[in-house]
Design a protein around this ligand. Structure first.
Ligand SMILES: Cc1cc2nc3c(=O)[nH]c(=O)nc-3n(C[C@H](O)[C@H](O)[C@H](O)COP(=O)(O)OP(=O)(O)OC[C@H]3O[C@@H](n4cnc5c(N)ncnc54)[C@H](O)[C@@H]3O)c2cc1C
Length: 338
């Protein structure tokens, strides 16, 4: 039995946000023994998006320690040793969910070589999984319901259900205020209980840009909200303050050799531009979302770093649009001018 211990900071959950929060705590100069991470996973925090991409490649597949946080944002990998060096007893980190699932999938793909797979659910993770299965030579069928109405039976060696997840709030039921299916926080990710913070997927926070409470289930927000919360905690201790979280929604996905980015809000009228011919060698196309005469969201497939920066700028600036047809024709040139 472990002896009772006291920690100044405790992070519950050892996923993406935990890794980024740990790094920020280290940057802020916390001392060994001050921080505990309680996780179900037996591995140190890692970049979860890799599980439906590089982890399933048939060759040169990504494996830990290659994708521990915070490599996803271009930082150093926080290997298990990093936590030990900073004073953690890393053997206390426990594990369940996703890398186990990914390993089972890898084993199933090896056991059923060139077999048939059925993926239930067509969200981006379902799409990424289908791409990975196809790359592994599987004959893939995507369906959006388990039971087909026409009575057809889909033969399958592997069935993957990818119908979305829900934030785990039940642990805190009745103890913290909730909103939008998540834990309600302020712009510093502090919950209704002082000193208790909720970050990443589980947090419903005030999104300054849209002046409303939102929950965001994307890795970029997981990283940034973790950093914001730790900065706010340390600033508060020093009697200082940090600016409110001012997040621009950002999301990406990759399937086969396609790679897209999205910034802002996908509400209102959508305007498709560019070359979306599936037979084109390098299709480059996108979509603007227009609400109340302003561009509020932009999607771009196949963009360069500069082009992706330009669409981010558009989603943040929300420029007015007088002529939708002209915008459609202008396509990316419109973004370049903002
Ligand atoms: C397969 C996959 C692919 C993805 N791809 C993308 C992508 O391409 N782009 C993108 O923007 N986002 C992507 N995401 C979403 C992104 O990974 C999440 O937004 C991010 O991981 C959220 O960080 P988090 O720390 O809130 O949660 P998680 O990273 O899920 O971490 C939660 C942690 O809490 C632990 N835990 C849960 N319950 C308990 C408990 N009772 N006690 C202790 N520990 C507990 C879990 O084991 C886990 O370690 C993907 C997600 C998945 C699953």
């Amino acid at each position: 039995m472990a002896a009772a211990k006291h920690f100044t900071y405790v992070i519950l959950g050892g996923g993406v946000a935990a890794g980024y929060a740990a790094r920020e705590f280290a940057k802020q100069g916390i001392k060994p023994g001050e921080l505990a991470i309680i996780s179900k996973e037996s591995v140190a925090p890692y970049e979860r998006p890799a599980l439906s991409k590089g982890y399933l490649f048939p060759q040169n597949a990504a494996r830990l320690p290659g994708f521990h946080t915070c490599v996803g944002s271009g930082g150093e990998r926080l290997l298990p040793e990093w936590y030990s060096e900073k004073g953690a007893e890393a053997n206390n980190i426990l594990y369940l969910r996703d890398i186990d699932d990914a390993d089972k999938l890898v084993a199933a793909m090896q056991a059923k070589k060139d077999g048939k797979a059925v993926v239930v659910g067509g969200g981006y993770i379902g799409l990424e999984l289908s791409a990975a299965l196809k790359t592994n030579n599987f004959d893939v069928t995507m369906v959006t319901a388990v039971k087909l109405k026409n009575g057809n039976v889909l033969e399958a060696d592997i069935v993957i259900v990818g119908v979305g997840g829900r934030p785990l709030t039940h642990l805190f039921k009745g103890q913290v205020a909730e909103e939008k299916g998540g834990i309600k926080t302020d712009a510093f990710f502090e919950t209704s209980v002082p000193g208790v913070y909720a970050i990443a997927d589980v947090a419903a926070f005030p999104m300054k840009l849209y002046n409303e409470m939102r929950r965001v289930e994307h890795v970029d927000h997981a990283r940034k909200s973790a950093e914001q919360a730790v900065k706010a905690i340390k600033a508060k201790e020093a009697g200082e303050s940090v600016p409110e979280y001012d997040y621009l929604p950002y999301f990406y996905s990759r399937s086969f050799d396609l790679s897209w980015q999205f910034y802002g809000d996908n509400v209102g009228e959508d305007v498709l531009f560019g070359d979306n011919d599936p037979t084109a060698a390098k299709p480059k196309f996108g979509s603007y979302w227009i609400k109340d005469g302003k561009v509020v969201g932009v999607f771009l497939e196949g963009g360069s770093a500069e082009e992706n920066q330009a669409i981010a700028k558009v989603a943040r600036a929300q420029p007015p649009v007088a002529d939708v047809e002209a915008l459609k024709k202008e396509g990316l040139d419109f973004a370049a001018k903002v």
